[in-house]
Design a protein around this ligand. Sequence first.
Ligand SMILES: [Zn+2]
Length: 280
Amino acid sequence: MVSDGAWGTLLQQKGMQPGECPEEWNITHAKDVFDIAKSYIESGADMIETNSFGGTIFKVSKYGLGDKVFELNKAAAEISRLAAGDKFVLGSVGPTGKILMMGDVTEDELYEAFKTQVMGLEAGGVDAIMIETMTDLDEARLAIKAAKENTKCEVFCTMTFEKTVNGEFRSMMGIAPTDMVNTLIDAGAELIGANCGNGIADMIGIVEEIRKANPDIPVLVHANAGMPIYQDGETVFPETPNEMAELVPKIINAGANIIGGCCGTTPDHICKVREMVDSK
Ligand SMILES: [Zn+2]
């Protein structure tokens, strides 16, 4: 199946300024957020996410919206639900930015933060909770637990890996793809995978590692449009829709079940991925 692509860059194209809360746009710019959701459905995606990646209290309270967590997430879900029609909606849940190991936060505080967010997403009509860009296994586990215990949704979880100088994949917190597999599944994840940090070329290796550890669990990949380059003071993701689509057969062979995009990908990327998936 095919998932959607990046949201943040499209929000910026619609005029979101640095320093604005992306989730607040679910209330103040609902039509713009709807247009992004719709653009991915029109590109052929089988599922779209919600504009709620930074929707925990830890992130939105920086914008003075700490008492609006439930409402912002519910609105995010309602917008994508409306755009999706009979396609699936995945409620996006990103990291809190708080690090358990450093004592920034307790496990209970993380659990409560995720609980409020996922309950808002469920109230807005999502089919699944998509916990993503996780680098810490404990935070991922608590997010999964909060979603399993407080919603009836399916729960998906992807982590972000980067290639080390030795060519191994590790999350920022030192977790390897094989390390995450059993922990996430034991916590209750119905689907696992990887997002961000890599273009589709390196995602192939990550999927192979996951498959070595577990041949059966559904695997989702949200790949960046290549590795970022700095151009005129801006971060640019250089991979074209055709370049990304060319590697789709390889990642399917590696064992991926759902393919979509992360940073730098656009509706055009998803359109080409759709064509390639259909021609397989
Ligand atoms: Zn990304």
